[in-house]
Design a binder for this molecule. Structure first.
Ligand code: TXA
Ligand code: MG
Length: 355
């Protein structure tokens, strides 16, 4: 790939009440076909004008993203959904009423206006309305829907600060709107409404129980559950690729919390004995592992939303610490814990120890 560096503008904005001038400028950049990273209530996104296939293709170049992995289109009003989707069912409208703006992405059948670059040639389009004031203001200023994946280099942990974005994409994108830390820290729930029974392709901040209130029945995609892709054609192309990868291999230890802690102490001890530096991802209501490794405490185990908020920053910190190996303590796969464990399972790429 050609390496042409551009000067990336770092534009600070007030996250709750963004300055009109900064937003107008970012909107102009998007309309001109260039890329702007921006905060959402999940993670930072890398935006392009969703109706301009050439602009969208620049996202794939900047991230090094495989071209068969489609993008989520971000909207600021329901009329944009009617414009993008071929038809919008009553259930889809109910879900929008209940969870938008917010971290729920709906996969609907795509209208003709959606460029192939956005859907990666699929017949469906993924749409969400973010709740972050900067994201909403930017989409309005652009005057069109904004296609945006997470603003990281493909395969790396998603960015939750503008610094993470610049670490990965400085020189590759026109601008980043810096509104401080992004919100919840894990990406939106992706729900496929074109499946016979609504199917969660990626768990996120909106949980299966939240959805059951409206849908009655909802299923969790097999790949989303296990984090392991085993060759079948996935409904969500993103499932095929490695995600959230740390520099050092990450091992996820799951099972009874006491047994998990014992296993981590045992493994870390062995590694230290052979002079390897061990990173340990743990929680403030877990055991103190500081005598056996280099510990990062990410939230509380009994409040998985606090873990979500710190997870990607923790994975990036392990890279900076240059540990040789990471041991991560598993969480209960319930509520937001399901989304956090999905990300940890992916980061582990099959290196899962059940004790
Ligand atoms: O919270 C989020 O969703 C963030 C922020 C920026 O909005 N965005 C995000 O985008 O996480 P990305 O590209 O990193 O992940 C989008 C996921 C991928 O796994 C992709 O394969 C799936 O959604 N996806 C997108 N369009 C799809 C479609 N038409 N059918 C099935 N899956 C789709
Ligand atoms: Mg991503």
């Amino acid at each position: 790939m050609e390496e042409k560096r551009i000067a990336t503008r770092h534009i600070k904005v007030n996250p709750t009440c963004p300055e009109a001038e900064a937003i107008e400028e970012a909107g102009r950049i998007l309309r001109a076909g260039a890329l702007v990273a921006f905060p959402t209530e999940t993670v930072y996104g890398l935006g392009a004008n969703a109706l301009d296939g050439r602009a969208v293709s620049r996202i794939f170049e900047a991230k090094g993203r495989p071209s068969d992995n489609p993008l989520i289109v971000h909207v600021a009003g329901l009329e944009q959904v009617d414009f993008l989707a071929k038809k919008v069912s009553g259930v889809a409208r109910e879900l929008m009423g209940a969870f938008w703006p917010g971290p729920l992405t709906l996969v609907l059948s795509a209208g003709k206006v959606v460029p192939d670059e956005v859907t990666a040639g699929l017949l469906n389009v993924a749409i969400r309305m973010p709740s972050h004031p900067v994201a909403l203001a930017l989409i309005r200023a652009a005057g069109r829907p904004v296609a945006a994946p997470s603003a990281n280099l493909s395969g790396r942990p998603s960015p939750t600060t503008a610094e993470h974005v610049l670490h990965d994409l400085d020189g590759r994108i026109a601008a980043v709107l810096d509104g401080g830390s992004a919100g919840s820290g894990v990406e939106s729930t992706v729900l496929d409404l074109t499946a016979p029974v609504p199917l969660i392709l990626r768990p996120g901040g909106v949980t299966p129980d939240d959805l059951k209130g409206i849908l009655g029945e909802v299923r969790l995609d097999q790949v989303a559950q296990t984090g392991v892709y085993i060759g079948a054609s996935p409904r969500s192309p993103g499932e095929k690729y490695s995600h959230y990868a740390t520099r050092a291999p990450l091992w996820l230890v799951i099972g009874n919390p006491e047994a998990v802690a014992e296993k981590i102490v045992e493994l870390a001890g062995e590694q230290q004995a052979s002079s390897r530096r061990v990173g340990i991802l743990t929680y403030s209501d877990s055991r103190d592992f500081s005598s056996v490794g280099e510990v990062i405490v990410a939230g509380r185990r009994d409040r998985p939303e606090t873990v979500a908020a710190e997870l990607y920053a923790a994975l990036r910190r392990f890279d900076e610490m240059r540990v040789d190996l990471i041991l991560a303590e598993g969480l209960v796969e319930q509520g937001v814990g399901l989304a956090v464990m999905n990300r940890l399972r992916k980061a582990a790429e099959g290196r899962i120890l059940q004790v």
